[in-house]
Design a protein around this ligand. Structure first.
Ligand SMILES: CC(=O)SCCNC(=O)CCNC(=O)[C@H](O)C(C)(C)COP(=O)(O)OP(=O)(O)OC[C@H]1O[C@@H](n2cnc3c(N)ncnc32)[C@H](O)[C@@H]1OP(=O)(O)O
Length: 169
């Protein structure tokens, strides 16, 4: 299988924040943002693998900045690294200033998707070939994040988390 660049899976979704999607402070409800990120990330994983994909885990979400009612929100997702059957998808969330049109980073998140066949069994995906400095940074750190996620899920033992251990050596 030929490697693909993160750009090849890039998925951008832009939408407004409507009243039904807000919390009592009139900011975007967290669950709504999670759903928007899941949708964009699943399309990115599908573009990378050209397979059915399922969300295996939500590894990291940072709600750094509240997103007010009426905001124009852009969710951008790219596959940052692929392993055998799983893909890490990095999601950046931006809001747009109404007057200037300038974009400000509001949130980010990292999801893991797995490509599966028609019966739900994991199947191999192409590798990722990062191009930009940021894509290379995210690619390198993805192995550490995968090990942390598997460790927290009880799927590997601490002794198997070599990349994580290396941080403390
Ligand atoms: C688009 C949607 O929203 S789908 C709805 C929500 N999601 C779902 O319904 C998915 C339900 N879960 C499943 O179907 C299964 O648990 C699967 C397909 C995710 C994984 O199946 P498993 O039998 O655990 O397969 P297996 O152990 O071989 O893992 C498959 C890959 O997922 C990775 N993986 C599994 N769990 C995790 C986790 N918690 N964190 C990171 N990676 C994980 C494994 O490391 C492996 O990666 P690799 O092949 O690249 O090395």
């Amino acid at each position: 299988m030929q490697a693909k660049t993160p750009e090849q899976s890039r998925t951008v979704m832009t939408d407004l924040v409507l009243p039904s999607e807000t919390n009592p402070l009139n900011n975007l409800f967290g669950g709504e943002l999670l759903a928007r990120m899941d949708r964009a990330a699943s399309i990115a994983a599908r573009r990378h693998s050209r397979r059915i994909v399922v969300t295996a885990s939500v590894n990291h979400v940072a709600f750094n900045r509240a997103i007010p009612l009426g905001s124009v929100v852009t969710v951008e997702a790219k596959v940052s690294r692929a392993f055998k059957t799983s893909m890490e998808v990095y999601i950046d969330v931006w809001i747009e200033d109404r007057e200037s049109g300038d974009r400000a980073k509001a949130n980010e998140a990292i999801y893991t998707f797995v490509a599966v066949d028609e019966t739900g069994r994991p199947i191999p995906v192409p590798e990722v070939s990062p191009e930009t400095e940021l894509e290379k940074e995210r690619f390198i750190a993805a192995l550490r994040r995968k090990q942390l996620s598997l460790l927290l899920a009880g799927k590997i033992k601490p002794s198997q988390a070599s990349e994580l251990k290396a941080l403390f050596d």
